[in-house]
Ligand binder design. Structure first.
Ligand code: HEM
Length: 207
């Protein structure tokens, strides 16, 4: 393999701008969200300030999500999010066995990165669940809490607002956990920092 072939341009500028904005907003939302949830007089971010910043960051996140959604709809980046059903579980199993066993035996990755497959099967399913499940879910439920008069008054005898709140917190918690796992897996690249550099300069470095 020549030197040129080891570097692939996988992250176009718009993906990098979106990702940077999104990561920053999610960090702000997690910190202020936790401050609201576990509010007491000595919390780092005071309750009123936490609510204002959380609401504002949520509004900006909605816009940035719209940007991501349209970007994936109208550019080839969206193709990486299309999961092919054929052999799906077999591919997941292969990648899982690589992450749990193969990688420690220094085996080669079962799904090497190339221009048509920038995500391995586990990454692909995680990103799809995250970006088309958890994130829109947290956004819609967040708007429901911002405008309580829009949410259902009661669902099967349970307060609609309480239910929306529970769903919002569960989705937020899910995103926080996935983000921690996501950052850990990003360290498994050519070297521990190479994937982070990819998201800055756009080029993926292969092993
Ligand atoms: C400080 C926080 C974060 C860091 C350091 C980080 C780091 C990275 C890195 C290095 C990549 C490129 C490697 C790869 O192909 O997987 C990446 C991709 C990605 N990240 Fe993150 N991330 C963070 C937060 C988030 C959050 C909060 C989300 C979503 C809620 C997210 C969603 C994604 C997605 C969807 C991709 C693939 C983008 C594409 O190429 O289409 N990340 N992240």
């Amino acid at each position: 393999m020549n030197h040129q072939a080891e570097k692939l341009y996988l992250y176009p500028v718009w993906v990098r701008i979106w990702h940077m904005t999104n990561a920053l907003l999610c960090l702000i939302l997690i910190i202020t969200g936790l401050s609201i949830q576990f509010s007491n007089p000595s919390t780092v971010v005071k309750f009123n300030a936490a609510v204002t910043v959380h609401n504002l960051a949520g509004i900006i996140l909605t816009i940035s999500y719209g940007f991501f959604f349209l970007g994936n709809l109208f550019t080839p980046n969206g193709l990486h999010y299309v999961i092919s059903v054929k052999g799906f579980f077999l591919r997941l199993k292969k990648q899982f066995l690589y992450y749990t066993i193969g990688i420690f035996r220094k085996e080669t990755a079962p799904f090497p990165v190339d221009e048509d497959n920038k995500f391995n099967p586990l990454q692909q399913v995680t990103y799809v669940v995250l970006m088309y499940g958890f994130v829109p879910f947290v956004i819609v439920s967040g708007w429901g809490l911002l405008y309580p008069e829009m949410t259902l008054y009661s669902v099967l005898g349970i307060s609609g607002l309480d239910l929306t709140d529970l769903l919002h917190i569960t989705a937020g918690f899910g995103i926080s956990i996935i983000m921690c796992v996501h950052i850990y897996f990003c360290t498994i690249g050519k070297n521990p920092t190479s994937n982070f550099k990819s998201m800055i300069n756009g080029y993926h470095e292969s092993h």
